[in-house]
Unconditional design. Structure first.
Length: 66
């Protein structure tokens, strides 16, 4: 799927410089950033769901410990 991404001038310049430093393309860096974001937020969602489940499971004990 094609998409457009509008960056500020300073972001474009920083991305261009980083790509040159790494010897890669701006596109490759952006793809890696998207992959990193998706992996991180997926993990965070799993942690949040697990925490909710554990609070529900142990709510009575947690209440007694207050």
């Amino acid at each position: 799927m094609a998409t457009n991404l509008r960056l500020r001038d300073d972001q474009t310049e920083a991305l261009k410089q980083r790509a040159e430093q790494e010897g890669t393309s701006m596109h490759a860096i952006l793809l890696r950033a998207v992959d990193d974001y998706l992996a991180r937020t997926a993990h965070e969602a799993i942690v949040r769901e697990t925490a909710k489940e554990q609070v529900a499971k142990w709510s009575e004990l947690l209440e007694r410990l207050k």
